[in-house]
Design a protein around this ligand. Structure first.
Ligand code: C2G
Length: 132
């Protein structure tokens, strides 16, 4: 069984996230998503609209996702990959090059980011609507 892992906040889930998750799953048989905790998001200077528990519940309902684990710190990736027996590490290519050292323990794949949608864009657009 080929295991794939990816990491992210996945707040205000949108079709760009789903595109990523689908393509990640298509690379193997089992997809683990490490979802950023609220505390880790603070380190990323991100404030998610949905709490960790709710973002976890949403991701667990997606057909492409087989398991969700917490992402508490930048440095956990290598130990996650070894512990879970992961074959492929996947991220959107806005992260291209940032995690190449993981190729020592698994394949590293950066997938083209979906253009035209992002969580921050959703927030901005909603603000526009609200402010008229
Ligand atoms: N993504 C994408 N296309 C978009 C938006 C996001 O492919 N239009 C991808 C990102 O490249 C990332 C994943 O979806 O691989 C999750 O995106 P975020 O929730 O924004 O995650 P991020 O803040 O990039 O956190 O340790 C890694 C970090 O936790 C990644």
């Amino acid at each position: 069984m080929k295991k794939v892992i990816t990491y992210g906040t996945f707040d205000l889930l949108h079709w760009g996230h789903i595109n990523l998750l689908k393509r990640a799953k298509d690379l193997g048989d089992y997809l683990i998503v490490a979802i950023s905790t609220d505390e880790f998001n603070a380190l990323k200077d991100k404030k998610a609209y949905h709490s960790f528990e709710n973002r976890k519940m949403i991701l667990e309902s997606i057909r492409y996702v087989d398991e969700v684990i917490p992402e508490n710190k930048w440095e956990q990736k290598r130990e996650d990959i070894i512990r879970e027996g992961v074959d492929i590490f996947v991220m959107g290519d806005d992260w291209k090059g940032k995690f190449d050292e993981l190729s020592e323990v698994c394949d590293v794949v950066y997938l083209p980011r979906t253009i035209g949608i992002s969580t921050s864009q959703i927030k901005d657009d909603l603000l526009q609507v609200t402010n008229g």
